[in-house]
Each structure stands twice: as structure tokens, then as C-alpha cells.
Design a protein around this ligand. Structure first.
Ligand code: GLP
Length: 259
């Protein structure tokens, strides 16, 4: 628990940098980082960029996988998650474009696109650290309430609450918010600690694989309470983290109001 969103974000950025630097990534053995969008991680990205500019971290040997993407809006739409990531992070650091993975919400065959993404995550040996946020209803990525805890990357219809919450990015016009998204599944997130078996030489890092979640603001307080004090259940999908061996949730004071 940190005092405010600034402090929580700085803590996470410092933590990610420490993990990447301790890993000593190389082109043959890159650090695989899962990344989110939304307003919550914006300050984390700012800190990462600042420290990159200060020469304290390189992303050259980091492979990234984004959690989700809207279906049906152009890649260069200002609110696509593709645009978001370049605006807040990728354009300001030395990550190689070849190492950036974002689901294609305009793929002709969306199910094939999801399968391709899952396969690629497994091919690189799984995700070392998955950073995430949550929606006010406790969803992680776009795993809306009711998502199967065994779900993998797939097409998901957005819940009304999510369309409402995200309409602020679309001029408060509900009609402009996409109705569907591609998202990693709950099992894809939980899996980050197990996929190392695909690359036996990575076994030594098996135990360190983890999920880090940022939750800030009073509007997320109920979700935080349900997800960590309530039972594991598919209506508050972040509660799945209770089953992960290495989760960390970093919050500000405001988010703890219901604990
Ligand atoms: C969207 C994203 C989630 C994100 C959530 C919260 O639903 N798909 O990954 O966690 O928004 O966003 P914010 O941080 O803006 O509250």
C-alpha cells in the first residue's frame, strides 16, 4: 500500500526495472513482459520512460505482450490499445518493433489470431512478469464478469459497465465504444508461472514468474475488497490471482477503503 497513485506507480516501475536488470536479458534469452493499457498504468510508463532516458534501463532485449485490444477500430485510431502503447511507452524507449506483440483486433479470422497469440506466448517460454490493472468491476484485461477461470486468449463481448467506464475515452459517447475485444484469458495470466516448461533451460526462473497489479482510486475499492477478501470466483475475475504463486497487488490508500 502506497500513499497515492504516484508512489504506487513509482514502486512498480522501480520493481520492473530491478527485475529486468537482475535478469540480464540477451537476444537469446529476452525478458518477456506482459503489459496493460488503461489510465492506471500511465504513470508507471512515465516512470519507466524517465528512467530509460536517465540510462538506467534498456528494453532492447525485452519482448512485450499486451493484454488486450479492441475489435474493429483501426490500429491507428487514437483510442486503440496499439496507439495507446506507442503514445505512452513504445515510442519513448528502445524496445525493438519486432519484440512488440499486440493482438490484432482487425484480423480476418479473430479466433485464429487469438490462437496465434497464445502459441507465440508459449513459444517464447511464457511471460516473466505480467503487469495489469483492473476495471471497477474487478475484471483483468477484458475478462469480464462471468469469464471462465480456464479461459485463454479469445474474443470477448464487453460488459455494459466496461463500455460505460471506457466511454470517457470516446467523448463520453457510448455508441463510439467498441462492443468487442480480444483478450488474454484468465488461464493465460495464471499460466505465466508454468509455461517455463516449454523451455527447460528457463527452469531456474520458474519460481520468480509473477503477476503485478496496480489498483488506484476509491472507485476500485470494492473490486479490490471482493478480489482479495472474497472467494475466488468468475464474477470478480481478478480473484483468480489468489491461485497464482507469485502475485503482487500495489494499491494507493484510496483503493483500500473497503478492506
Ligand atoms: C480496460 C482494460 C483493462 C484495464 C481497465 C481499467 O478495461 N482492458 O486492462 O485494467 O480498462 O482501466 P483504468 O486503469 O483506466 O481504470
Amino acid at each position: 500500500i502506497r500513499d497515492d497513485a504516484q508512489a504506487a506507480s513509482r514502486y512498480i516501475a522501480d520493481y520492473i526495472i530491478e527485475r529486468i536488470n537482475a535478469f540480464h536479458p540477451t537476444p537469446e534469452r529476452p525478458f518477456v513482459l506482459g503489459l496493460p493499457t488503461g489510465s492506471s498504468p500511465v504513470l508507471v510508463y512515465q516512470h519507466l520512460v524517465q528512467r530509460h532516458k536517465a540510462g538506467q534501463i534498456s528494453f532492447r532485449n525485452v519482448v512485450t505482450f499486451n493484454m488486450d485490444e479492441y475489435v474493429g477500430i483501426p490500429r491507428d485510431h487514437p483510442e486503440s490499445y496499439h496507439s495507446f502503447m506507442y503514445k505512452h511507452f513504445f515510442s519513448h524507449v528502445d524496445v525493438s518493433p519486432d519484440n512488440i506483440n499486440i493482438l490484432n483486433g482487425n484480423a480476418p479470422d479473430l479466433e485464429a489470431e487469438c490462437q496465434r497469440y497464445e502459441d507465440k506466448i508459449q513459444r517464447v517460454g511464457g511471460i516473466e512478469l505480467f503487469l495489469g490493472g483492473i476495471g471497477p468491476d474487478g475484471h483483468i484485461a477484458f475478462n469480464e464478469p462471468g469469464s471462465s477461470l480456464r479461459s485463454r486468449t479469445r474474443v470477448k463481448t464487453l460488459a455494459y459497465d466496461t463500455i460505460l467506464a471506457n466511454s470517457r475515452f470516446f467523448g463520453n459517447n457510448l455508441d463510439q465504444v467498441p462492443r468487442m475485444a480480444l483478450t488474454v484469458g484468465i488461464q493465460t495470466v495464471l499460466d505465466v508461472s508454468y509455461t517455463a516448461t516449454y523451455l527447460p533451460h528457463k527452469t531456474s526462473h520458474f519460481q520468480a514468474r509473477e503477476v503485478v497489479i496496480i489498483i488506484t482510486g476509491p472507485h476500485k475499492a470494492l473490486a479490490l475488497q471482493r478480489c482479495i477478501e472474497g472467494a475466488v470466483n468468475h464474477m470478480w475475475t481478478l480473484s483468480c490471482l489468489q491461485m497464482h504463486p507469485h502475485p503482487m497487488i500495489v494499491v494507493d490508500e484510496d483503493a483500500t477503503l473497503e478492506l
